[in-house]
Design a binder for this molecule. Structure first.
Ligand SMILES: Cc1ncc(COP(=O)(O)O)c(C=O)c1O
Length: 938
């Protein structure tokens, strides 16, 4: 029997194919071993059918991976056909072992069959694969060629023979024969780092891939009918870049290569070759392209520096580690961390190193490489977290009196950033998720309303920036492009600060990238350059007029289009690289894609000087450099795995008959109200959900849920979030992210493995079984107590307070509709203790003041964990709902609140005083409460 890919085999799950592939090899191995055992026991024919069936699915996948490759697969088929169960068992065990351990990347023996050693016809790899000490990095290069399938093995052999001992890396080739197969390989095989496209390739795949067709159609990506043969290569290059922008692409053409090379539409192609030229040139370019991503200029220099015999007559006695290694008392520090850490500790900015405050050498290059990796124009390294990155952006971009529209739930660094710069926050509210004691994200309608109110009152010119958290702690991802597009329609030079502290990894997922700030900025620039942009704006002018009328209610309901000739793309993104990539704690970046950056360049340098330590940690900088290298080379694969792991957790929890009695992970339908899911997407696991429906949701919906952030409801198991978190940490060694009253947040990242999933599921099962047993043993009274506890956690939840308003004494004009305020003055007012008073939270005086005044005005930020954002900011009038919320809070950690003394308030007599102690603008008219709701998110 000849085994081949079934023509009906679906590759529909290609985005998760990589993980599924290893499972299938494991399964095949189990079946092959069973067959071999049967054969040994005298039952030779049992088991073969099972092996063949398991292989059918694998055959379809294996075309897209270099290992085991066509040759070993052919040998396997031959052994099956000759009923040689024992040697099938051996070969399958070896292949699946090599795949699982990754040993095929450096052991050439894994590519051989047992008979290779002496057959003279061996295709044994030159020993340059990486055997021995060298362990050269291994990758795969995709060749898309019109050559007949029968010739591919020969081409692969020719490519292999190009290897030289001098090569710093080694690659194997994957050969496919069509555009669609090239896309499948790009999607499925994360080891591919370079793509070599020959001109004249056909489009359709030899596989049955209806989902790929839907996917391409949904993005208008591949209209084969309109493509001239010579355009196919360039179109494929575009599509590959959309999926994985980091890949190097080469085109081999027998047309006028100079023309292709000079065509701006082909600018994403790294080199164009004339097809008959030396293949060696292609080989060297492929290696050079990957080496460029591999190179980590700062880390490489730091290693060289550490190896030099340097004597320091400087501060930093820890450098070189002599005082540690020789110490009687702290030797264990040296043993624990290893000597290299101390050899690499340096305060030098010369001698091969560079200054982070004024980089001109390898830090500058490392930052440029990071900018390339995330699609920014500039990247600044920050060694004290995104808390500082955010403050730097405020410092550089805003000035006293500017207005910033900010998500009230944003991280405290934004609020402090505005205290520092003197910008006035105009808080907008996220939609509440009261039942889980958390907030979602800010509806675009709310943001537009705030902007239109400013416009109506003639203060739009003071609006400098919009700040939003993308994604939120709990996983709400904005439609970044749409938010920016519509805001730019109201104010074309608006700046955006997207706090992507948690979301840096998203750059490496084709699903999530369009929703990153940088991804959306690129899309906006592309859109602006297309003829559609002007046409769309002109159509809008016919309907709404050239100057938008802020009172026109239609503006809130329709998608607004900016004038492409006026709009500016001014986007800042901050990422805690340490939160989602392999950087040391506090490694963060500011990524800039601002076409008017020149106006802020010198302010930005000031911001670096103000906020950066003059003693930045070299190890953090090096880890930023390395994190970038890793993501450019394996980020795609790692992020896909993190997503896959999250989907596995979601699936296992929901399907498990015992776990699901007490726990559930909230789906997109529970996390994002239906009004923000226009595409109708329900959840990743809902029946009928595919990658196509997920992509539709990414494209169309106002909010998309980050699949890697999983809200696990534990209130239904009788646990509040904090107790459950502590239980998992203390008893089971499982660390979680944040908690809410009745849930905990699980997060998968590039570090997780399937063993972690197994552990989590095992632990959840154990806890669920304990509850089962307790309820069974405890009888009715235990059941009633449990039900009451669940009800308390799930139903008696405190209402979430909205931002009330700044006291009139901290507002430029209390009559304004919008509620921006001068938080900085209020903040500094609290520096004078005589101007402050304390009121115990439970005291009846609180009620009296709420009822009859004078108003309670917060003197400082009060930030309970959870939820982790300020429920009071300096200058804010405290209303009954905030007091109610505070009183119901059952968390231990509340920053800014002194439990013994009570709420810190600004005395009524001190309100409006200038921070210097002089008198600022007098507190004016009565509070404009009626108008205050105008910018509140509903
Ligand atoms: C949304 C958001 N932004 C910024 C930060 C601060 O980041 P870092 O811890 O890197 O200072 C955090 C921290 O949790 C955050 O959640």
């Amino acid at each position: 029997m000849k085994i081949q890919a079934s023509s009906t085999t679906h590759l529909d799950h290609f985005f998760s194919a990589s993980a599924a592939r290893l499972d299938r090899w494991r399964e095949l191995n189990a079946k092959a071993q069973a067959w071999a055992a049967d054969a040994l026991g005298g039952k030779p024919h049992q088991g073969r059918a099972a092996v063949e069936a398991a292989l059918v699915e694998l055959y379809a996948l294996e075309d897209f991976f270099a290992y085991p490759g066509p040759r070993l697969m052919k040998v396997l088929a031959e052994r099956i056909n000759s009923d040689d169960a024992a040697s099938v068992g051996q070969l399958v065990r070896r292949i699946s072992g090599a795949l699982l351990s990754g040993s095929y990347r450096y052991k050439s023996g894994e590519w051989e069959t047992a008979d290779d050693s002496d057959d003279g016809m061996s295709e044994r790899l030159p020993s340059t694969l990486g055997d021995g000490d060298s362990h050269r990095p291994y990758f795969e290069t995709l060749f898309v060629t019109p050559a007949p399938a029968a010739n591919r093995a020969k081409i692969a052999r020719e490519i292999r023979h190009l290897r030289r001992v001098e090569d710093a890396m080694v690659y194997e080739s994957v050969l496919v024969g069509s555009v669609e197969d090239a896309l499948l390989a790009t999607i499925m095989n994360g080891k591919i780092e370079a793509v070599v496209i020959f001109d004249g390739i056909p489009v359709p795949s030899q596989h049955n891939v209806p989902l790929l067709h839907d996917l391409l159609a949904s993005r208008n990506a591949l209209d084969t009918t309109s493509l001239a043969p010579h355009e196919i290569g360039v179109t494929l290059a575009h599509l590959v870049k959309r999926i994985r922008p980091e890949l190097d692409i080469y085109l081999l053409s027998d047309r006028q290569v100079e023309k292709v090379a000079g065509d701006p539409a082909a600018s994403m192609i790294r080199r164009v070759f004339y097809e008959v030229e030396e293949l060696m040139e292609v080989h060297l370019n492929v290696l050079e392209g990957v080496a460029d991503r591999f190179s980590t200029p700062f880390f490489d220099n730091l290693k060289r520096y550490a190896a030099r015999p340097i004597a320091t007559f400087h501060a930093l006695p820890i450098a070189r580690g002599k005082s540690i290694m020789k110490s009687n008392w702290i030797r264990d520090m040296g043993e624990f961390y290893g000597q290299n850490l101390f050899l690499a500790e340096t305060s030098a900015t010369t001698g091969g190193l560079d200054s982070m405050l004024e980089p001109t050498g390898n830090i500058k290059v490392a930052q440029e490489k990071f900018a390339r990796a995330v699609g920014a124009d500039h990247v600044f390294f920050v060694t004290n977290g995104t808390s500082t990155s955010n403050k730097m952006v405020y410092q550089a971009v805003t000035a006293p009196g500017d207005i910033v529209i900010a998500d009230r739930n944003c991280h405290k660094s934004h609020h402090y950033g505005m205290v520092l710069s003197g910008a006035q926050p105009l808080y907008v509210e996220a939609f509440p998720m009261t039942e889980y004691s958390m907030y979602g994200a800010v509806p675009l309608r709310t943001i537009k309303q705030a902007m239109l109110n400013l416009k109506a009152e003639g203060r739009l010119d003071r609006l400098k920036m919009v700040t939003l958290t993308n994604c939120t702690f709990d996983g709400h991802i904005y439609n970044t492009r749409r938010v920016m597009q519509e805001c730019l329609a109201i104010k074309p030079d608006l700046i955006f600060l997207w706090d992507e502290a948690w979301f840096g990894f998203a750059r490496w997922s084709p699903f999530l990238r369009p929703r990153t700030a940088m991804g959306a900025a690129a899309a906006l620039e592309d859109w602006r350059a297309s003829p559609d942009a002007l046409a769309a704006w002109q159509a809008q002018v016919v309907e709404l007029g050239e100057e938008l009328d802020p009172k026109d209610p239609r503006l809130l309901d329709r998608t607004l289009v900016p004038d492409p000739r006026k709009m500016r793309v001014r986007v800042y993104e901050t990422d805690s690289i340490h939160k989602s990539m392999s950087a040391l704690r506090q490694g963060s970046i500011v990524a800039v894609r601002d076409e008017d950056y020149k106006h802020h360049a010198s302010a930005f340098h000031e911001a670096v000087f103000i906020h950066a330590s003059t003693s930045p940690n070299a190890q953090i900088i090096a880890s930023l450099d390395l994190a970038r290298r890793q993501m450019e080379l394996e980020g795609y694969e790692l992020v896909m795995r993190a997503i896959e792991i999250a989907l596995n957790i979601r699936r296992e929890v929901s399907r498990h008959p015992i776990i699901s009695k007490y726990f559930h992970v909230l789906g997109a339908d529970a996390m994002v109200p239906a009004e923000f899911r226009a595409s109708g997407f329900r959840d990743f696991l809902a029946p009928g959900s595919t990658w196509v429906t997920a992509l539709k949701s990414v494209q169309e919906d106002e909010f998309f849920l980050d699949p890697t952030r999983m809200t696990l409801v534990c209130g239904t198991a009788g646990y509040d979030g904090t107790s459950f978190k502590n239980l998992l940490a203390s008893k089971y060694n499982i660390q979680l992210n944040k908690t809410s009253r009745n849930s905990v947040l699980l997060q998968s990242n590039i570090n997780n493995t399937r063993s972690d999933v197994a552990l989590l599921i095992k632990v959840l099962l154990e806890i669920a079984q304990e509850i089962d047993a307790r309820l069974a043993d405890g009888g009715d009274s235990e059941c009633a107590a449990f039900a009451a506890r669940v009800k308390n956690l799930m139903e008696d939840v405190p209402d979430l307070p909205n931002f009330s308003r700044f006291h009139d004494g901290y507002r430029d004009d209390p009559g304004n509709i919008t509620l921006e305020g001068n938080m900085r003055d209020a903040f500094f007012a609290a520096y004078n203790e005589d101007d402050c008073e304390y009121l115990p939270l439970m005291s009846p005086q609180v009620e009296e003041r709420l009822k009859s005044g004078p108003e309670l005005v917060s003197a400082n930020f009060v930030i309970p964990y959870p939820p982790g954002f300020p429920i009071m900011v300096p200058g804010q009038v405290i209303e009954a709902d905030t007091i109610g919320f505070m009183r119901k809070l059952d968390v231990k950690e509340i920053h800014g609140y002194n439990g013994t003394r009570g709420l810190k308030l600004i005395k009524p007599s001190a309100i409006g005083k200038a921070p210097t102690g002089g008198q600022a603008a007098p507190a004016t008219a009565a509070p404009s409460k009626g108008k205050a709701t105008a910018t509140k998110g509903k």
